[in-house]
Design a protein around this ligand. Structure first.
Ligand SMILES: O=c1ccn([C@@H]2O[C@H](COP(=O)(O)OP(=O)(O)O[C@H]3O[C@H](CO)[C@@H](O)[C@H](O)[C@H]3O)[C@@H](O)[C@H]2O)c(=O)[nH]1
Ligand SMILES: O=C(O)[C@H](O)COP(=O)(O)O
Length: 239
């Protein structure tokens, strides 16, 4: 029998202002059976706010990065399922900063629960707040994924994803830090599974053009580069 509910995993670092609205919107999705928030060493009240909003909260005492937070969340979900005698559910990865727009994520779960795709990825519309990126990280991820798999992603860094247990296992253990989305796409495709990008009306906090935003992009670039090279991409071999 195919599963009817998914388990949502929400990695968060200092999202106290946004996490309550995100948790409520995700928990209200008919296809979501569990919401696990992983507080990745926040220095604000993220964990308490998420708990008050009804999430099951796991905490990293110190910051370990988004990929580690996802891994911790999935391990927690699998432990709860074992205790309850349930089969592993499909997973829904949701960033903590979507607030009420997370209510739109049903399009991701529909295509996985119906068997149409093993992994769906949300593509976002133009954001209300403009960012400060020049497309360098996005371009690196898109070109690297295409070189390794033939798949040309519209938004290769998008973290909002729904995936079957088999798709998750194909990518586990997850690539570190900001390389996780790029690696997931490559690993799931290489396992012969179907990946589908689906437009979804989400709004998130966009990284700015200030030094903090550019430092963030430098970290993203490093992690995406490492994830691609570890999967056999050789940027110095052209053609
Ligand atoms: O050390 C950290 C840093 C961030 N987060 C959380 O990870 C999510 C995404 O982080 P964010 O700062 O919003 O990153 P962006 O640059 O806006 O992220 C884009 O690019 C990332 C890949 O580089 C993807 O993970 C995101 O889904 C995509 O929106 C948010 O819920 C954060 O709270 C952690 O859990 N741990
Ligand atoms: O702002 C963004 O879209 C991400 O941080 C990626 O940055 P980029 O514009 O350099 O690809």
């Amino acid at each position: 029998m195919s599963p009817t509910r998914v388990a949502a995993v929400v990695p968060c670092k200092d999202e106290a202002d946004r996490i309550a609205a995100t948790v409520r919107a995700v928990a209200a999705l008919p296809a979501v059976g569990r919401v696990v928030v992983v507080d990745d060493g926040s220095t604000d009240a993220t964990a308490a706010v998420a708990r008050d909003a009804g999430a099951d909260v796991v905490r990293h005492e110190r910051n370990r990065g988004k990929a580690a937070a996802l891994g911790t969340g999935v391990a927690h979900v699998r432990g709860l399922e074992r205790t309850a005698g349930e089969d592993p559910a499909p997973l829904l990865f949701v960033d903590g900063d979507l607030e009420g727009t997370a209510a739109e994520l049903g399009v991701l779960t529909d295509a996985v629960l119906s068997g149409e795709a093993a992994m769906t990825i949300a593509t976002l519309p133009a954001q209300l707040t403009s960012g400060g990126g020049r497309g360098l990280v996005v371009g690196l991820a898109r070109d690297g994924i295409e070189r390794l798999t033939g798949f040309r992603a519209v938004q290769p860094l998008s973290g909002m994803r729904c995936l079957t247990p088999r798709a998750y296992d194909a990518a586990a253990p997850l690539a570190r830090g900001w390389g996780v989305e790029t690696a997931l796409t490559v690993d799931v495709l290489r396992a012969g599974l179907t990946v589908l990008e689906v437009p979804c009306e989400l709004q998130h906090r966009v990284s700015g053009a200030d030094w903090r935003g550019q430092l963030h992009r430098a970290g993203q670039y490093r992690d995406v580069w490492l994830a691609l090279v570890r999967r056999g991409w050789r940027p110095w071999h052209r053609g």
